[in-house]
Write a protein that binds this ligand. Structure first.
Ligand code: G3P
Length: 178
């Protein structure tokens, strides 16, 4: 689930398999709560299996690396989200060397995602709806990314994000992404 609202997590967890939640700075801001409140609230709902995706907010490589290290030391199963910019790619490279689990986020093209995978990202998050509203094809981009991962034998999985309707979800599932 892409939310920081523990009530929503509880409501949906009752009716479907939920393994974790992804957040980003705007999702946390909307909730008006910080990580120190949101993470325990949601872990209380999902239990020990809860996996969290939490994004860094620094705008420098050094800051992103420092933040990611701090996040990885919290007592939760956390995948650190890093924006896939040039600055972020440099952080991903360094974090890979530190064995920190990374999701490269805000991906709008196959080339951008491929670079993140080559730098060592564990997960790639192409922004399905945002790609489509910009006039490109999320289906083509996600399928190219899966092709590149397979062809290059990269240790990386797709975690497409920014879904706004069930047709987008089905279009992406139909591709057979990891
Ligand atoms: O959390 C990343 C992504 O799912 C957010 O997408 O388009 O709802 O801002 P969006």
């Amino acid at each position: 689930l892409d939310t920081a609202n523990a009530q929503e997590v509880a409501r949906l967890n009752a009716a479907m398999p939920v393994y974790g939640v992804t957040t980003n700075p705007s999702i946390l801001a909307k909730e008006g709560k910080g990580l120190s409140i949101v993470l325990p609230e949601i872990k209380e709902v999902l239990g020990e299996q809860a996996r969290f995706h939490v994004q860094v907010v620094s705008t420098t490589t050094e800051g992103m690396v420092e933040e990611a290290v701090q996040l990885s030391q919290l007592p939760y199963d956390i995948v650190v989200k890093v924006p896939t910019t040039v600055i972020g790619l440099a952080a991903i490279k360094q974090l890979k060397a530190k064995n920190i689990s990374i999701l490269a986020t805000a991906i709008y093209s196959a080339q951008q995602g491929f670079m993140a995978a080559l730098c060592g990202a564990d997960y790639l998050a192409p922004y399905v709806n945002r790609i489509d509203v910009l006039g490109a094809s999320s289906v083509n981009i996600v399928s190219d990314l899966q092709l590149l991962i397979n062809q290059q034998n990269l240790d990386c999985k797709l975690l497409p994000a920014s879904f706004k309707n069930t047709r987008q979800v089905m279009d992406i599932l139909r591709l057979g992404v990891d």
